[in-house]
Design a protein around this ligand. Structure first.
Ligand SMILES: [Mg+2]
Length: 199
């Protein structure tokens, strides 16, 4: 499977896991929870399509280990960035920069990334602030579905997990087409010319 150019950052609560079903212990660790319908398959489909997938989620690391392993998708995440470790919550740029860093990317690679989340004031605002393409998964009614300010406006909105892969395939096609136009022969010819010693 060829690796895709587009890289996917995913939220957990009400993006993969239905927050209404979460069972927590006394230390605010989520022990178990159901997925949104189709969300486990969504993550599996991303991985098998060749997308690198990272978790960017607010909460305790143990919660996400519990939840994602319960649904057999823990190992599909290349990295897991949680607010417990970073000591900051979305929309803090530190969460997103930590994810880029853990993926061996720099902030200049934000254009290659999408952030998928249910929360406009956290997931979408945070992504927009860094130039990461924002995708609002508006499945839940627990959180606002309309932006309270311009900066929270998502680039794309989907209602169901199963709608994510087709959207990403389209975005990735556009990205790879655009990249091939920029990094085609003309650029490699240019870099060859630059690296040649001056006579
Ligand atoms: Mg969430």
């Amino acid at each position: 499977m060829t690796e895709k150019t587009l890289i996917v950052l995913l939220d957990s609560g009400d993006t993969i896991i239905d927050e209404g079903t979460e069972i927590r212990d006394d230390h605010d660790v989520v022990l178990s929870g159901d997925t949104l319908p189709g969300a486990a398959d969504m993550v599996k489909s991303l991985a098998s399509a060749g997308y690198r997938v990272a978790l960017v989620a607010d909460g305790r690391f143990a919660s996400f280990e519990n939840l994602l392993s319960q649904h057999g998708i823990l190992d599909l995440f290349e990295t897991m960035i949680c607010s417990e470790q970073i000591r900051a919550s979305k929309p803090s740029p530190r969460m997103f920069k930590a994810a880029l860093g853990a993926l061996d990317l720099s902030p200049e690679d934000a254009w290659r990334c999408v952030m998928v989340g249910n929360n406009l004031s956290r997931d979408i605002l945070g992504a927009n602030q860094l130039g990461i393409t924002s995708i609002h998964l508006a499945w839940t009614e627990r959180y606002p579905r309309t932006p309270s300010r311009l900066e929270e406006t998502p680039d794309h909105t989907i209602m169901l997990p199963e709608q994510l892969l087709p959207l990403l395939e389209e975005l990735n096609r556009n990205l790879e087409y655009g990249t091939s136009r920029i990094t085609g022969d003309s650029v490699s010819a240019l870099s060859d010319a630059v690296s040649e010693p001056v006579q």
